[in-house]
Design a protein around this ligand. Structure first.
Ligand code: FAD
Length: 443
């Protein structure tokens, strides 16, 4: 008796966490799935790179205790050793260091109270209570956040909170999570930021590389393969046009496709087949960021203060790379002043020296020699979503529902956190599996 697989072929476009999660779930459900990735490595905005000899991540690496889908993904691949990192960010207010630390909730709450008016604190507390009460409110498109958006998205976040709270707390949050200024973000998406503040963070002990290696042993991956167009016939997905290693695009047949790419990239892929959907997706805003990693010959931070948030210059955050790796500092440039255009070594040296001086002045950091330095510029680091984002999502859902065999995943659907992206991948895979039915093998 010979077994003839009659599985249907599924392509997952994008090898970031949204695509990886989608592909792993489809593989577990028995489908014939492959990942198509434009880059020469998997991982997307995990940002794998090297600092000297050491593999490092220049993108997302803090994993919340509430990141259940991401933790399922790493556990499934047998790489789920985490070490605590915590959420620790200090600010300087009236010459005093105010620390927000997920391990010291009482002091953190007191510090937040000092950051704005009683009305603002009450607003923040009420949003936090809704998020704590219902996990769905951590993500975009929940009923609660949709209500907030309907009521308040006529004006940006900078008008939702008073100026003091906006400057001291809201700005560092949206700069850190979205690379955006408070006047570029809207209340209806702010729940995702509060959710990130409420979590406690770990990091993968061995970084993401072992996870990606284990993944690539399970699921076929095509690297250096850029998808240019989605092919649709009679309202059904039939395949993709793919350019491999820069060659002319060629068609490959698929029965179903998950586009796990950022909104602007998804827009380009669907443009020829669905121009209206493409132009709506292209509306979603993205903001840049530059990360400079520097290894020193000694520790820069202490265990108590592991990151300094700054609001008066291009460098918005300087933080230690790991709880125990306080000799490696990650300088982040984001927000209006941090949108760097000159990435030349002289400018990077000048900017780094300026922040090193601040760390010495405010935190008493030691004078240290730089051993290695790495610059990573992200043209579109983070999504900043849209005002009335829930309505945008409903329009996109309706449009995609009219194309059998297509599902979308990515940072603009539930939020930019690694968990938000992983959830969209897992959900998209579930819908594709429902559409295809169970894979059968015939005798
Ligand atoms: C500097 C930085 C720090 C961050 N820190 C954290 C953090 O600590 N914790 C946290 O939760 N989140 C963090 N984030 C956010 C989080 O890392 C990202 O939102 C998330 O990784 C995005 O995953 P994704 O799969 O949606 O997109 P991506 O990771 O961008 O993956 C999309 C993939 O699609 C590929 N692609 C695009 N177009 C095509 C095409 N046409 N054909 C084929 N492939 C294509 C891309 O090359 C890419 O690999 C951070 C982000 C940045 C930039």
């Amino acid at each position: 008796m010979s077994l003839e697989p009659t599985q249907r072929r599924v392509a997952v476009v994008g090898g970031g966490i949204a695509g990886l999660t989608a592909a792993l779930r489809l593989e577990l459900l028995g489908h014939d799935v492959e990942v198509i990735e434009a880059d020469s490595t998997l991982g997307g905005r995990f940002g794998l790179d090297r600092l000297g000899d050491r593999p490092v991540m220049t993108g997302g690496k803090n994993i919340g205790r509430e990141y259940h889908t991401f933790r399922w993904f790493t556990a499934e691949l047998g790489c789920d050793a985490y070490e605590s990192f915590g959420y620790n960010a200090s600010r300087i207010k009236d010459g005093q260091i105010l620390t927000i630390d997920s391990e010291r909730r009482g002091q953190t709450l007191k510090n937040i109270r000092r950051m704005g008016s009683a009305r603002d604190f009450a607003r923040l507390a009420s949003m936090a209570a809704r998020i704590r009460a219902d996990r769905r409110n951590r993500f975009l498109g929940s009923r609660y956040l949709t209500g907030v958006s309907r009521k308040h998205d006529h004006a940006p976040l900078s008008e939702f909170f008073g100026p003091e709270m906006t400057d001291t707390l809201i700005r560092p949050m949206v700069i850190r999570n979205n690379g955006a200024e408070p006047h570029e973000m809207y209340p209806g998406t702010f729940g995702t930021n509060i959710a990130m503040l409420l979590d406690h963070y770990d990091q993968l002990s061995g970084g993401i590389q072992p996870v990606l290696d284990a993944f690539a042993k399970r699921v076929p991956v095509r690297l250096d393969a850029r998808v240019t167009d989605l092919e649709i016939r009679d309202g059904k997905v039939t395949g993709l046009r793919i350019s491999e290693a820069g060659a002319e695009p060629r068609s490959t047949d698929y029965d179903a496709v998950v586009l796990a790419t950022p909104a602007y990239a998804t827009a380009e892929i669907v443009r020829s087949a669905r121009p209206r959907l493409a132009s709506r997706l292209a509306d979603v805003r993205y903001f840049p960021s530059t990360v400079v990693l520097v290894e020193y010959d000694r520790d820069i931070f202490t265990h108590e203060v592991r990151a300094l948030a700054m609001d008066d210059g291009p460098c918005t955050n300087a933080g230690s790379y790991g709880q125990e790796e306080r000799h490696i500092v990650r300088y982040t440039y984001s927000g209006a002043e941090g949108r760097l255009t000159d990435l030349g070594p002289e400018n990077i040296d000048r900017l780094t020296s300026r922040t090193e001086e601040r760390l010495r002045t405010h935190l008493g950091a030691p004078r240290a020699e730089r051993v290695n330095l790495l610059v990573k510029h992200w043209k579109a680091a983070y999504s900043g979503y849209l005002p009335y984002h829930a309505e945008f999502l409903a329009e996109v859902r309706e449009s995609v529902a009219g194309i059998a065999g297509l599902e979308l995943a990515g940072d603009y659907i539930q939020g930019v956190s690694i968990e938000g992206c992983a959830r969209t991948g897992r959900a998209a895979a579930g819908r594709i599996a429902d559409h295809l039915g169970s894979p059968r093998r015939t005798a």
